[in-house]
Design a protein around this ligand. Structure first.
Ligand SMILES: Cc1cc2nc3c(=O)[nH]c(=O)nc-3n(C[C@H](O)[C@H](O)[C@H](O)COP(=O)(O)OP(=O)(O)OC[C@H]3O[C@@H](n4cnc5c(N)ncnc54)[C@H](O)[C@@H]3O)c2cc1C
Length: 398
């Protein structure tokens, strides 16, 4: 069924950001919200995500946004009756001598913001994860309440809650183009020629945002790259935290009770450019071997575990590695969310709050940090993340 020809808010893309935005708008009392997707909810990168929610950044806004995500996912069942699948495992960051100063800086930013994180000596790390190899480390950072969610389950949970509040959802409805009237986007034309007009359009198409904006004359500073995942038949010891290991360019997390998931944190992955429509579904054998070898340096028992599954997904990587949110310069009627650069799951509930504020009396002040124009203004976001620690490890520099 086609969406009705007019609405208050039209959300393009039912990934985690679009679904959280739909819920947030409905919750703040915006009537007449429509969400469309060219395929199904969470059929894009959201459905391939590792779903890790940790709170390590050196920018306080990002720490708070990750923390908001953690709280909203963890409380979803209680808040609106649908489970986002959050599993609290704790999160352990490995720190070597090169990365210690910057890691401790992150700790100093986190703690006043209420993150229950602390520095662990190598002995304390071994007490937490007896099988961990620590010979090359000076210690670690441990976030007690972090964990991982179920990204497609979370998207469906927020979408279901939004629909219960009256949001209208249309899968298999692709935007073919935006309808422009002067300096304003008035609506969209779908692939079957239907025009839908809206007071405000939320372009939450993630990796597809650049190609949707190109016909409007906008060159989005975002590239798309392939990220590969493997799961092993290794049963994680109960309470084993997620281990983020920038030293070995991997992260390792429990996948339920019976499997262990390894993802690559190699900065070179962001140079593995891929067309979002043509990203292979699987991981390459050579990449799997590298990830397993690297992860085994930290957790040696992984070396002989059998492979269960492997897959690839797409990151939408912006020039500074952080989201681009909010208004486009010189164009009204549309706000965007793209360039989530591998942070999108944990930040989505906060991003939804920022985006939905464009239909309220006051725009969320956090929008300023993520503005499109920050690049030409020479003010990129400069926050350390686990991937910047990884870059240091890869370059062998401080
Ligand atoms: C392998 C992998 C691991 C990750 N791990 C983590 C992690 O551990 N923690 C974390 O925080 N983040 C992680 N991320 C990042 C996070 O998952 C993404 O940033 C997030 O899911 C993106 O959500 P989204 O809603 O912006 O976009 P998407 O999931 O890309 O959704 C966009 C939607 O728009 C739709 N669409 C596109 N074009 C059109 C059109 N023309 N008309 C209508 N609909 C359209 C698509 O079908 C799609 O469903 C990971 C990502 C990947 C790929």
């Amino acid at each position: 069924m086609n969406p009705s020809p007019r609405c208050s808010a039209l959300i393009v893309g039912a990934g985690i950001v679009g679904c959280c935005t739909a819920y947030r708008l409905a919750q703040q009392g915006v009537g007449d919200v429509v969400i469309i997707d060219k395929a199904d909810a969470a059929s894009g990168p959201t459905g391939r995500s590792s779903g890790i929610i940790r709170q390590f950044y050196t920018d306080p806004t990002l720490v708070q946004m990750a923390r908001q995500g953690l709280h909203e996912y963890a409380a979803s069942l209680k808040t609106f009756g649908h489970d986002a699948g959050f599993v609290r495992t704790g999160w352990l960051l490995t720190v070597d001598a090169r990365s210690e100063p910057i890691a401790r800086k992150g700790l100093d930013v986190q703690r006043p913001l209420g993150v229950p994180s602390r520095w662990l000596s190598v002995d304390e790390m071994r007490a937490l994860v007896p099988e961990i190899a620590v010979g090359d480390l000076v210690g670690g950072i441990y976030e007690d309440d972090s964990g991982y969610g179920d990204p497609p389950g979370a998207a469906t949970a927020f979408l279901s809650a939004a629909r219960e509040l009256g949001v209208s959802y249309h899968p298999h409805t692709a935007v073919a183009r935006f309808v422009r009237r002067g300096d304003r986007i008035a609506g969209v034309e779908t692939a079957n020629g239907t025009i839908v007009e809206a007071e405000l359009i939320f372009n939450c198409a993630g990796s597809w945002v650049p190609q949707l904006l190109a016909p409007l004359g906008y060159a989005t500073p975002v590239s798309t790259s392939r990220h590969q995942i493997v799961t092993l038949r290794e049963r994680p010891r109960p309470k084993r935290p997620i281990v983020s290991d920038p030293v070995n360019l991997v992260y390792i997390r429990p996948e339920g009770n019976d499997l262990t998931l390894i993802g690559s944190n190699d900065p070179a992955d962001s140079l593995d450019h891929v067309d979002v429509e043509r990203c292979p579904e699987y991981a390459e054998d050579a990449k799997i071997e590298t990830m397993v070898t690297n992860a085994s340096r930290r957790l040696p028992q992984l070396e002989h575990a059998g492979i269960a599954h492997d897959w690839s997904g797409v990151y939408d990587v912006s020039t500074d590695g952080f989201p681009i949110l909010g208004k486009l310069p010189g164009l009204d009627g549309i706000v965007i969310a793209t360039g989530l650069s591998g942070h999108g799951f944990k930040l989505a509930p906060a991003i939804a709050e920022i985006l939905s504020s464009y239909l309220s009396a006051t725009v969320d002040p956090r929008a300023h940090l993520f503005r499109w124009t920050r690049f030409e203004e020479g003010e990129p976001i400069r926050s350390t993340t686990t991937s910047s620690l990884t870059t240091m490890a890869a370059a062998g520099t401080q």
